[in-house]
Design a protein around this ligand. Structure first.
Ligand SMILES: [Zn+2]
Length: 145
């Protein structure tokens, strides 16, 4: 059955240099919303989501100071605006393609029906588990930035 009513949700950093468009047919109330408990996400208060059946596009303004921050197992780029400091999402490239998540706090507007975030702790994962989880749960990306 084709997905019903795919919708596009947009978001941006504070200064607008870094943007995303998240396409999903999943109703907002059923989104998987996660508060990752790693020290990076806790410091940002990040609340992320993704849809493996959706599509995600990140855009960066020409000449904008995008910071691709890598830490821990260094398998993903955490995308932080170098001007305003907002964390908008993360991307990863694997042999199966490119995948990403968005920080719902950067959504414009942030849908009021967004579910409460469930705490998530991935500390026990090894590199292969982490890659596999992201390939299965993150949103396919048209391209990385
Ligand atoms: Zn910015």
């Amino acid at each position: 059955m084709p997905p019903d009513n795919p919708r596009t949700f947009t978001g941006r950093c504070h200064c607008g240099a870094l943007r995303f468009a998240f396409h999903t047919a999943v109703p907002v109330a059923r989104w998987s919303v996660r508060a990752c408990q790693c020290s990076f996400c806790r410091a940002h208060g990040a609340v992320t989501t993704s849809d493996p059946t959706g599509r995600l596009v990140f855009q960066v303004g020409q000449g904008a100071p995008l910071q691709r921050y890598r830490f821990g197992l260094k398998t993903a780029d955490f995308l932080v605006c170098g001007s305003c400091g907002v964390y908008v999402g993360a991307q990863i490239e694997t042999p199966r393609g490119a995948f990403g998540i968005i920080n719902t706090l950067a959504m414009t507007p942030r849908p009021p029906e967004l579910p409460a975030a469930a705490p998530a702790n991935y500390d026990a994962e090894g590199p292969n588990e982490r890659l596999g989880r992201r390939e299965q749960r993150w949103t396919p990306l048209d391209r990385t930035i």
